[in-house]
Design a protein around this ligand. Structure first.
Ligand SMILES: *Cc1c(COP(=O)(O)O)cnc(C)c1O
Length: 364
């Protein structure tokens, strides 16, 4: 008996494992610090807008997310006609893969790149080529060296998840200049709102001045709307035109659209979150380093904590903290076998993690 067989490559994909959703031990408050969600939730105005459209759930959404594209356009100074909104950046990344990759092509991502990239690549039968990083940071030369005649696309999260590191805009421009012009460069700026470095740019200038670069962004992180699944991309007209041809006609829901409009307009909420994140990221890096652990602080809303390979291991720390209701992210599926990623949480959560790690290191 025969049965349906998945397309080539599908069964080679390792399923994406999301951050653990903790189950509370009796009497323990649980802090989920494993999925880079904001401790603040969305802007109250976004919640208001979401509730407001609940009166008309029988109507299909406006199919092009026009109100949201216009709000994003105002916020970033972009032409709304060159924006596509999607059900999370995940949908956008997959649409890009479907539009530009097929069987036999290659797409490049980096050693500890976001795991959605290889999935999107392999889902269309293309090959995921890994460029090595240097010091847990994207190495432009390694990416350029990995280019072959089959390369069609390069995925780059800047800053990257799960490392939190970034490359300066000069380096991004050097990458673009070194890639063949038919290769699409996808700059994933999911964490750009958290970065305050003079040499960082999300990449909009490059999109505006080249024919082969897109920027993607999300409402899941600083805007706190991960549950609504909403992301977007800004690209050259010809790319927007091509991707729109395969985009589902009603891919963004009305509540998501209006909540996102309110969120992007609440700049005070974003500024508060950014400031808080930076303050506590610095504090965590300092306090955890004092405990004798190595920390990659990064520039996003999380820190990467490195543990010894024997003795006080990341597995042991993970189990210890989980018992205390502190849920961090193990990164073995990212090839980081001795590290935990911690999302910056509330002051209470951050202090509890440091206390927990102190006790763990002291063998208590
Ligand atoms: C969280 C994250 C996203 C956002 O994905 P959504 O589908 O929009 O929730 C995109 N890229 C990276 C690197 C991320 O870490």
């Amino acid at each position: 008996m025969s049965r349906p067989v998945p397309n080539p490559g599908i069964l080679d994909i390792a399923p994406y494992t999301p951050g653990k959703s903790p189950v509370a031990e009796p009497g323990r408050k649980v802090f989920k610090l494993s999925a880079n969600e904001t401790p603040f939730g969305p802007s109250p105005k976004a919640i208001e807008a979401f509730k407001h459209v609940a009166d008309h759930l029988e109507d299909y959404p406006e199919g092009t997310s026009r109100v949201l594209r216009e709000a994003i356009g105002r916020s970033f100074g972009l032409d709304p006609n060159r924006i596509i909104c999607g059900a999370g950046s995940d949908e956008i990344l997959n649409l890009l893969a479907h539009t530009y990759l097929s069987h036999g092509d290659e797409a490049i991502s980096t050693t500890h790149g976001f795991l959605v990239y290889p999935i999107a690549t392999m889902a269309v039968g293309a090959r995921n080529v890994v460029a090595t990083e240097k010091n847990l940071t994207c190495d432009v030369d390694a990416i350029l060296k990995a280019v072959t005649p089959k390369t069609k696309l390069v995925w780059l999260a800047n800053p990257n998840n799960p490392t939190g590191t970034y490359i300066p805009f000069d380096e991004v421009k050097r990458l673009r200049a070194g890639l063949p012009s038919h290769v699409l460069l996808v700059l994933d700026a999911a964490y750009c709102d958290y970065v305050s470095r003079n040499d960082y740019e999300m990449g909009i200038e490059l999109v505006a001045t080249t024919d082969n670069t897109v920027v993607t962004h999300t409402f899941s992180k600083i805007h706190g709307l991960a549950a609504l699944r909403i992301g977007w991309t800004f690209g050259p007209e010809h790319i927007i035109d091509a991707v729109n041809r395969i985009r589902g006609p009603f891919n963004v829901s009305t509540p998501a659209m209006y909540a996102a409009v309110a969120a992007i307009e609440d700049t005070a909420h974003q500024a508060m979150s950014k400031q808080f994140t930076e303050t506590w990221r610095n504090w965590l890096a300092e306090e955890i380093t004092k405990l004798g652990l190595k920390v990659t602080p990064g520039v996003a809303n999380f820190v990467l904590i490195h543990f010894p390979e024997t003795g006080k291991t990341s597995d042991a720390a993970d189990a210890y903290l989980t018992k205390r209701g502190l849920v961090l992210r193990a990164l073995k599926n990212y090839g980081l076998h001795h590290a935990l990623r911690m999302t910056i949480g509330t002051e209470e959560a951050n202090r509890l993690v440091v206390d927990g790690l102190r006790d763990f290191m002291a063998g208590k």
